[in-house]
Design a protein around this ligand. Structure first.
Ligand SMILES: Nc1ncnc2c1ncn2[C@@H]1O[C@H](COP(=O)(O)OP(=O)(O)OP(=O)(O)O)[C@@H](O)[C@H]1O
Length: 269
């Protein structure tokens, strides 16, 4: 997909928010959009997603299926979670049966199962954000656009966001994500676009930004505190999984101590 000389302003005589943005993103690529508050990150994402049309310039080769997660999910709609998501799945072109399956799968995965019969306006902000995330993923998108997706989410769902991004990339989709909390700073392989004064510049990655994934094992009781400490040190938590080796025969006394520790925390720097 390419944004070609894109200019955008919200009012006829208003200031230009985007001034001649020219950028391209390909299948399997993720770009993090950075910049100070009010600089135009959301505006850029909305142009990319097709929510806003540029005043001048154009967007070409946008994938057919776009998943758009706005900064604030518009929860002021008179539907239950299940009705809303099923409707969105149908709009995305799924058959009734496939829509039902997708809604079940995504509400389960995002911890929304017990909210299926709850009306959108009654949801907390974080739960509504999860519905926004589910809605974008019901049908695998060729372009996933996430505007500050970590805002208001609980810790477990925040962990899931990089996983969802990876899944879209693995299926050759492209992902754009804005971030003012620095959560994506170590999204492995992400391009970094900075918006300032209406223009977009791309940082060229330097060699010391390459990442490695390190698995560490900690006692179950210390998982939460370890995650908090690693995050505070600027590491990205990729996933937390139980240690399956506890199902295996007991290790011999000579086995390394790591084999005895139950859960494993994966992290990258
Ligand atoms: N619907 C709108 N009508 C008029 N002006 C708008 C509208 N939406 C955004 N703007 C203005 O456009 C500029 C860019 O806003 P935008 O939301 O894209 O910035 P942002 O970088 O995403 O900010 P934040 O980090 O606070 O979300 C701001 O000056 C904002 O006030």
């Amino acid at each position: 997909m390419r944004l070609e000389n894109v200019w955008l302003r919200y009012h006829r005589r208003g200031p230009w928010v985007l001034r001649g943005v020219d950028v391209r993103i390909g299948p399997g690529e993720v770009a993090v959009v950075l910049g100070r508050n009010g600089v135009g990150k959301s505006t850029l994402l909305q142009v990319a997603a097709g929510v806003l049309r540029p005043g001048q310039g154009r967007v070409t080769d946008r994938p057919g299926r776009v998943g758009w997660v706005p900064e604030r999910f518009p929860a002021d709609q008179p539907f239950t979670v299940a009705r809303y998501l099923t409707g969105m799945a149908r709009v995305a072109g799924l058959s009734r049966a496939a829509a039902d399956d997708a809604v079940t799968a995504w509400t389960d995965r995002l911890g929304l199962a017990r909210f299926r019969a709850v009306r959108l306006p009654e949801l907390s902000k974080g739960t509504a954000q999860k519905v926004g995330l589910a809605q974008a993923m019901l049908r695998p998108p060729g372009l996933l656009v996430l505007d500050e997706p970590w805002e208001g989410l609980d810790a477990a769902t925040r962990e899931l966001v990089p996983e969802l991004i990876d899944e879209v990339l693995a299926a050759d989709g492209a992902v754009l994500v804005s971030d003012h909390r620095g959560e994506t700073i170590r999204l492995p392989g992400a391009r970094r676009w900075t918006v300032a004064d209406g223009a977009l510049t791309e940082e060229t990655p330097s060699a010391d930004e390459t990442v490695a994934v390190v698995e560490v094992a900690v006692p179950s009781a210390r998982v939460a505190s370890t995650i908090a400490r690693l995050r505070a040190e600027g590491h990205q938590i990729l996933r937390v999984r139980p240690d399956t080796s506890t199902d295996a025969p007991q290790p011999q006394p000579s086995a390394p101590p790591a084999a005895l520790a139950p859960p494993v925390v994966g992290e990258a720097r």
